[in-house]
Ligand binder design. Structure first.
Ligand code: T3D
Length: 263
């Protein structure tokens, strides 16, 4: 099985599982990943997803042995498939998962694998991990959202150098530059990732989904439109039982017990 799925209370762990190839993606694997994400959405008990890789790598991008003789139209179809994956992970309301996605980058994340990782809402990386926009090394451009994520996360100067030089960026630098949320000691990565995902899974699900939506929209909105959107989404958040519970818990000086489900 190239994709493993484990259920935990409130969340699912999805593991890329071709460790002998650093979890490089095949078409079958991309299909299985999409199925795993769709099934996570179909499970009403699932309120967060944790994505990671088996073995010493997170994902080395497209399996290059599988596309040696691929035609241009094959490549186009392949990218269409990857785009569906990125939209499931990161897209808002209509196309995206209605729950937060945590990526635990356990080792090298290269090419499409790097951008798959960056599509997560919160990205943790092992200190030994690296992020490589490997595409230019083989005459390609960053795909899977790379040209969208990079300038927004690290700014245009760093985005250009990362994309054009295709050099590995160590996890600590990735954190320093704001490409990811946090680096963690290698032996602590999965414990931290589980605890973060479990925390999100017991969080105010409706608000978390709406936060996702608002932040995504802010990429293109001017302040006026964003203020209007915030107003509308806040009305929606306030209608969720989690809002009433959050306020009550604060006043009663106890931790909240959110039950509002997903947005
Ligand atoms: O046309 C299109 O391709 C459309 C889609 C594009 C999307 C993309 O993702 S393009 C980018 C594809 N990925 C790459 O170019 C990365 C290629 N891999 C590497 O540069 C290096 O393997 C890494 C920097 C990721 C890791 O280096 P290292 O030294 O830690 O490991 P390694 O020894 O190179 O790899 C270990 C094994 O995994 C090795 O197999 P072997 O020799 O032990 O039998 C290696 O060949 C295999 N492997 C690594 N990456 C891939 C791969 N096999 C197939 N495809 C890979 N992408």
């Amino acid at each position: 099985m190239t994709i493993l799925v484990e259920s935990h209370p409130g969340y699912r762990v999805v593991t890329l599982n071709r460790p002998q190839r650093l979890n490089a993606l095949t078409v079958e694997m991309a299909d299985a990943l999409l199925v795993a994400l769709n099934e996570a959405q179909g499970d009403p008990e699932c309120r967060a997803v944790l994505l990671t890789g088996a073995g010493r790598g997170f994902c080395a991008g497209q399996d290059l042995t599988a596309i040696v003789d691929a035609s241009h139209s094959d490549i186009g179809r392949l990218i269409d498939k990857y785009n569906r994956l990125i939209e499931r992970l990161r897209g808002s309301r209509l196309r995206g998962l209605p729950m937060p996605v945590v990526c635990a980058v356990n080792g090298v994340a290269a090419g499409a694998g790097a951008n798959l990782a960056l599509a997560g809402d919160i990205v943790l990386a092992a200190k030994s991990a690296t992020f490589v926009q490997a595409f230019a090394k083989i005459g390609l451009i960053p795909d899977c959202g790379g040209t969208w994520f990079l300038p927004r996360l690290v700014g245009p100067a760093r985005a250009r150098a990362l994309a054009m030089l295709a050099e590995p960026l160590p996890a600590a630098k990735a954190e320093e530059w704001g490409l990811i949320w946090q680096t963690v000691d290698d032996d602590r990565l999965m414990d931290e990732a589980h605890s973060l995902t479990a925390r999100l899974a017991t969080g105010p699900g409706v608000a978390l989904g709406l936060i996702r939506q608002a932040l995504d929209a802010s990429e293109t909105n001017d302040l006026k439109r964003q203020l209007k959107l915030e107003r509308n989404l806040q009305v929606e958040a306030a209608a969720s039982p989690d809002y009433a519970e959050g306020v009550r818990a604060f006043l009663e000086k106890r931790p909240p017990s959110f039950k509002g489900g997903r947005y």
